[in-house]
Design a protein around this ligand. Structure first.
Ligand code: NAD
Length: 257
């Protein structure tokens, strides 16, 4: 068991990458705090872990809200006695996110409030808890779009993930000698609700698939395995890194037929 005795808090854990990571981390021995804003699915994720013999609780927190983030960390410490793994994973991709001319200020602000300020608040309140526990690992979910531009734009989302990468590097350096490692997970296009809602026609899906050398979307479980590596001591010499798990998309110039 790779996370035996560890306490992990995962935001956006009611679905997709976060949910699969919560299940996998618990299987590997971690006590898991499932955080989300969708209560029913969040409770269900925690219940699924308990049904498998693991330990988990659901805490509602909007990651864009400072008081809610302070509270989720407090609950982790009170309930499970500490915090060792902070997975800042919650994020949105707004359906009205487009190019500079058509993206509204409201869409831009909401995207940054959740995708960027949410990571900041997780760290603002989570890092003191990690220090009290003697250190640990932070994983911030960014995206391959922070590395590559696309003609099918989602400008606010792309910029927000660039900010997550920059923040990850600086956090990693600040805390490098305090036994806290900070890495970014950069998923490729996944077959999760977030992207499938955005690519809502077969034509839009095919427009993306043509750029993926492996010829398929990734699965949330595949991201959970990568997150487990970043959360565990197996990645003990990694900090400030961008861990691209993207089916080869960021290496491709021309993809196979
Ligand atoms: P998802 O929509 O399945 O899961 C995201 C979860 O975050 C949901 O449960 C949602 O309720 C929660 N959430 C949204 N706003 C929140 C808030 N304010 N506070 C707390 N929770 C909130 O999507 P996913 O694909 O699992 O996405 C997880 C992360 O991966 C996101 O940061 C996303 O940007 C990133 N990502 C996804 C893809 C992809 O193709 N799906 C690619 C690269 C990066």
């Amino acid at each position: 068991m790779r996370l035996q005795g560890k306490v992990a808090l995962i935001t956006g854990a009611a679905s997709g990458i976060g949910r699969e990571s919560a299940l996998l981390f618990a299987q590997e021995g971690a006590k898991v705090v499932v955080v989300d804003v969708v209560d029913e699915a969040g409770e269900a994720a925690a219940a699924a872990i308990r049904a498998n013999g693991g330990e988990a609780i659901y805490v509602r927190a909007d990651v864009a809200n400072a008081a809610a983030c302070e509270n989720m960390i407090r609950v982790a410490e009170e309930r499970f006695g500490g915090l060792h793994i902070l997975f800042n994973n919650a994020g949105i991709m707004h359906s009205d996110d487009d190019n500079a001319m058509s993206t509204s200020e409201a869409v831009w602000d909401l995207t940054f409030a959740i995708n960027v300020k949410g990571v900041f608040f997780g760290c603002k309140y989570g890092i003191p808890a990690l220090l009290r526990s003697g250190g640990g690992a932070i994983i911030n979910t960014a995206s391959f779009v922070a590395h590559l531009g696309a003609a099918t734009p989602q400008l606010a989302y792309t910029a927000s993930k660039g900010a997550v990468l920059a923040m990850t590097r600086e956090l990693a350096i600040i805390h490098a000698r305090q036994n806290i490692r900070v890495n970014a997970l950069c998923p490729g296009p996944l077959r999760t609700e977030l992207l499938m809602k955005f690519l809502n026609t077969e034509e839009k899906k095919q427009r993306r698939l043509v750029h993926i050398p492996m010829g398929r979307f990734g699965e949330a479980q595949e991201m959970a395995k990568a997150a487990l590596f970043l959360a565990s001591d197996e990645s003990s010499y990694m900090t400030g890194s961008e861990f691209l798990v993207d089916g080869g998309i960021s290496s491709a110039y021309v993809t196979p037929e």
